[in-house]
Design a protein around this ligand. Structure first.
Ligand SMILES: Cc1cc2nc3c(=O)[nH]c(=O)nc-3n(C[C@H](O)[C@H](O)[C@H](O)COP(=O)(O)OP(=O)(O)OC[C@H]3O[C@@H](n4cnc5c(N)ncnc54)[C@H](O)[C@@H]3O)c2cc1C
Length: 384
């Protein structure tokens, strides 16, 4: 039997996904505990660029695009609510996104994006190089054409994750930081319908009394560390960390970037206070978060090709984070064989964008046992 003071739900991982779900469940009057082996928001959720860009990622819209678009549509009210609850601002910017083409190949790629999305009824604008430069004067002279997507926005994900944690705390969520989950304790035979998670065990040195936490339900939101946690339960989750490196500049005057500018995985994202982020790399180098010379050189080459003046701006800092990638690059949402273990992980390059919709569907699943939007395609059983 569960001790009466046990939470209803324990969330493993206090990144943007864990904090968003925690907030929604607490608002639904559930007793929620979030455990994180570091500080909430200390991993990918702070390392990201904060682009909320489903259209910028899509040639031919599909079901995954619809999930991402639903989340983008939730963003204005999500941000307003989190800002009000936390008393913090989160740097939400609605200036749109400019996709630029520098070569014949990239011009053809943007043409395909334009045709695919207009056929689907999505708004986006085709711009000549001069028209693009009128919006972003710092653009490189080699830019040949561009697409302007008014609906793809951005947010300061570092601020948003901190504000979410504060909002969740104020809503009653209990946080245990520096509390690494080491294993799940399950009851019932593997593959039997009655199999359940009874508790999680925490690493020695953790301040949680008894080093074990019981709950009615457990949510796995441990980013790219999720797979190793469920492997001992016999759950196969093919996930790999995908390292992304980033540089932050102070950019002003002729190097000013007023809106997100992007070509493939090279991009520039403006932030408050005259800052601009330049990204990124996509490297499969294990759980190593090193910033490397080669990574920085490749980002700087991207900057040179997008807006060379930014390269001459004052350097502020560089960092790397690990995107939780899956074998099919899609998130893992919902439950598998063990009905009280719910997955909310594997958001790869879009976890900031997908946070509001993930929180919505996982909360619905816990409260009602079903979701308003189908998540059947994202269940963990697809990897069995
Ligand atoms: C360089 C870069 C750029 C990106 N840009 C964008 C972007 O522009 N837009 C976008 O939408 N997405 C972007 N992403 C992706 C986005 O950052 C991720 O998809 C998202 O942050 C995943 O959130 P999460 O909460 O699942 O994981 P995380 O933020 O990694 O959080 C997982 C948490 O689990 C905790 N944890 C792990 N193991 C344990 C354990 N055993 N016990 C307890 N706690 C544990 C960790 O400490 C961590 O805090 C980017 C990522 C990177 C790296």
């Amino acid at each position: 039997m569960r001790p009466s003071q046990s939470p209803d739900v324990v969330i493993i991982g206090g990144g943007i996904i864990g904090c968003s779900i925690g907030l929604r469940l607490a608002q639904a009057k559930m007793k929620v505990t979030v455990v994180d082996r570091g500080q909430p928001g200390g991993e990918a959720s702070s390392a990201a660029a904060g682009m909320l860009a489903p259209q910028g990622e899509t040639v031919t819209p599909d079901a995954y695009f619809e999930l991402a678009r639903s989340s983008r549509d939730l963003y204005p009210s999500f941000v307003a609510e989190v800002e009000e609850l936390s008393g913090q601002t989160v740097g939400y910017r609605c200036g749109g996104t400019l996709l630029v083409a520098r070569s014949d190949q990239e011009v053809r790629e943007l043409d395909a994006v334009f045709s695919g999305q207009t056929a689907y009824g999505l708004p986006l604008e085709r711009l000549t190089a001069d028209a693009a430069r009128a919006r972003v004067p710092a653009l490189a002279p080699e830019i040949r054409s561009a697409l302007f997507i008014a609906g793809d926005h951005s947010v300061d994900n570092e601020k948003l994750t901190a504000a979410l944690a504060e909002a969740a705390l104020r809503a009653g969520v209990k946080f245990h930081s520096r509390a690494a989950v080491t294993r799940f304790h399950a009851r019932g035979r593997p593959a039997s319908a009655s199999r359940r998670i009874e508790s999680i065990e925490l690493a020695p040195g953790t301040t949680v009394k008894g080093k074990k936490l019981s709950a009615a339900s457990f949510i796995l939101a441990a980013g790219c560390w999720s797979a190793e946690l469920v492997a001992p339960l016999g759950v196969r989750l093919p996930m790999s960390p995908c390292r992304g490196q980033m540089i932050e500049f102070e950019s002003a005057g002729e190097a000013e970037i007023p809106l997100v500018v992007r070509a493939g995985h090279h991009y520039l994202v403006p932030r408050e206070g005259g800052r601009v982020l330049a990204g990124t790399t996509a490297e499969y180098a294990g759980f190593d978060k090193a910033v490397t010379g080669e990574g920085l050189a490749s980002i700087l080459e991207g900057v040179r090709r997008l807006a060379p003046a930014v390269k001459h701006s004052r350097f502020r800092r560089a960092w790397a984070g690990l995107r939780p990638d899956t074998a099919d690059h899609l998130p893992v949402l919902g439950c598998g064989e063990i009905k009280n273990l719910i997955f909310a992980t594997g958001h790869f390059r879009n976890g900031i964008l997908l946070a509001p919709i993930t929180a919505q569907v996982i909360t619905e699943l816990i409260l009602m046992g079903s979701t308003s939007l189908s998540i059947a395609a994202y269940g963990p059983a697809r990897f069995c």
